[in-house]
Design a protein around this ligand. Sequence first.
Ligand code: G6P
Length: 610
Amino acid sequence: MCGIVGAVAQRDVSPVLLEGLKRLEYRGYDSAGLAVMSHDKELQRLRVQGKVNELFKEHQKSPLNGTTGIAHTRWATHGKPNVKNAHPHICHDKVALVHNGIIENHEELRKEQMASGFEFNSETDTEVVVNAIYEALESRLDLLHAVFNTTKKLQGAYALGVINNTDPGRLIAVKKGSPLVIGVGIGEYFIASDVFALLPVTQKFIFLEDGDIADITRDKLTIYDSELSIVERSIKLTELNADMADKAGYRHYMLKEIFSQPNAIEKSLEHRIKDGKIITSEFGQNADSIFSRVKSVKIAACGTSYHAGLIAAYWMEEIAHISCHVEIASEYRYRKSVVIDDTLFVSISQSGETADTLAALHLAKESNFLSTLAICNVAESSLTRDSELVFLTHAGPEIGVASTKAFTTQLVALFLMVIAIAKHNGLSKEYEKMMIKQVKSLSGRVSQLLHHKDEIEIMAKDFADKHHALFLGRGSFLPVAMEGALKLKEISYIHAEAYAAGELKHGPLALVDDDMPIVAVAPNNNLLEKLKSNLQEVKARGGKLYLFADKESDVESTEGVYIINLNVDYDFMAPILHTIPLQLLAYYVAVIKGADIDQPRNLAKSVTVE
Ligand code: G6P
């Protein structure tokens, strides 16, 4: 994780660096820092423990001025989140560096460097890199070659930004396994971990490829590949704009994002359906022919995206009659698995930069899969670049660490994918039309559900003093319960677990007492009666139940049973609909607890390290 920004300009770069860091804070917020080359060629540095706001305050007290600089917001991997571990790291006042990623052989390099007399000031894996560059500069290499030679010694994933005081107007940027973009300004260049950081200063971007090394001065940019041969990388214009990052009057980004779901869903459907049919080419030029051959589907993802995959598997088997397995990407990448002929590999990711999901995709590309499809929210991401087929979710930037609108739009995308594949496996035109009607009704139905917010806010009060909660669901609502539990633990720090309701008596029932709230997702489907029996088991043991029910679920509030009737009709959209109240519940519990909702402790939005 971690976010990096850099700039070489004619203007003072500190404001650009600080604003960039603020926009990258979703990537980590343990500590922050910046280094700017002063006009008399001295490296000046400010670092703070905590959030970027602290850095703003420090910078107000002692501003750094200069036209070349680098900055960093950290999500600690090696070494505690404190000032001495904060980036930029500097070696002998000569060279400064920011790093995102992990240097896997740092211990070995540290030993070698200690033996040759280096003293270490931090516990990070990064310091060996700045030392190695310094050593190379001392042996009379210029900055480009010093950085290039150093990268040959490094194992792991990294994006680097490096400046030094012998070349005060020069910035070297390297990308290997961690994201890095170059922003192209007028007479100025920038680097950042993502486009978002630089939107206030440019709309033009170059997406570096793995192994690329960029030599940047104010008026010249040269990009080399991993063999140090000059390469051309095209400039792309982004459609994103700087305003997308404001809270639009909402108290938190997460609330804004929950409430923007109807719109995000509509955007995700736009231009994807014509005359009641899916436009399969939206998945890629060859999608139709690939989908016609699919005999099974493998999905890999992490976190909330993994839950979306789990729900899609129910749809895939029920609607398309095609077997579908879903795996946690960090597990899949390291296990020996068997690929059945004509299996489509699907990766799901909001950011398109999650290290484990990317590694799973790379493994899949070396295996015998029919093709690879990425469902992703970021157009120019590593995942979309490396997949044969791509379907973009068009949810717009998601800033809150806890994912909401990315999840619901992933489900929309996955539902369309299931139908597009099912068409080749006997799905009738009438059935397709009926399902398209359902997905087109989704946005309006989500809007209706958001009206339950006040009721849920009241319910949330019961959770605020609890330490544990259980979430129950059955069938495709088990992953919905898992997502509800994940949301609650992410932002309110209440330990929450999800269980298949039928498994209750095989263990978790032992935990049930009046201090353990139990949330049940109770749609009006064929499992409702079974779920009701499970709930009786809870009630009989004094557990307090909170039920989200459908229009005709036929359950009523009684002593110890709190029902929120969502008033929705049951159909294939029900897992998406039932997610909304669980997002709101987690949000309001966290508000009552006064938690840092958009930036929960220890977490980051984009997990670009293993
Ligand atoms: C982090 C985020 C989650 C997200 C997961 C996967 O843990 O905090 O919200 O679901 O990464 O991220 P991706 O970008 O691959 O969907």
